[in-house]
Design a protein around this ligand. Structure first.
Ligand code: 5GP
Ligand code: ZN
Length: 115
């Protein structure tokens, strides 16, 4: 999608060191990390948010949550101690980039409730 920063990263129009890539997914470090480990995992396909993900996106989302994120958590050394996965959705949810993304945060103790 034109003018979507994450589409540009996924399509390599903007260079970003990728920590993971497959046919449908890329992962890269957040520009403004909120924890020692802060990785964004995104579908290559433009999906505006979790709210508008279609039934046919289910397999892709399950792949991200059940396979890609656990694999990255292990590789980045946060699987054992624990980590947090965040999907900010919509304005009050704090979503600033309108391309579905999963934050993987770890390497420190997380607080609850989040701010
Ligand atoms: P949101 O607030 O939408 O849940 O998260 C968007 C995240 O994308 C933020 O944590 C922000 O730091 C990150 N971000 C925004 N633009 C870029 C970029 O161009 N490159 C990278 N690596 N991260 C970005
Ligand atoms: Zn996009």
């Amino acid at each position: 999608m034109a003018d979507c920063i994450f589409c540009k990263i996924a399509q390599k129009e903007i260079t970003s060191a990728l920590l993971y890539e497959d046919n449908g997914v890329v992962a890269f470090k957040d520009l403004e990390p909120q924890a020692p480990v802060h990785v964004l995992i995104i579908p290559k396909k433009h999906i505006a948010s979790l709210l508008v993900a279609c039934p046919e996106d289910r397999a892709l989302i399950a792949h991200i949550t059940c396979e890609v994120i656990p694999k990255l958590a292990r590789e980045l050394g946060v699987a054992e101690k624990g980590f947090r996965v965040v999907v900010n959705t919509g304005e009050e949810g704090g979503q600033s980039v309108k391309h579905l993304h999963f934050h993987l945060l770890g390497g420190r103790s997380m607080q609850w409730p989040p701010g």
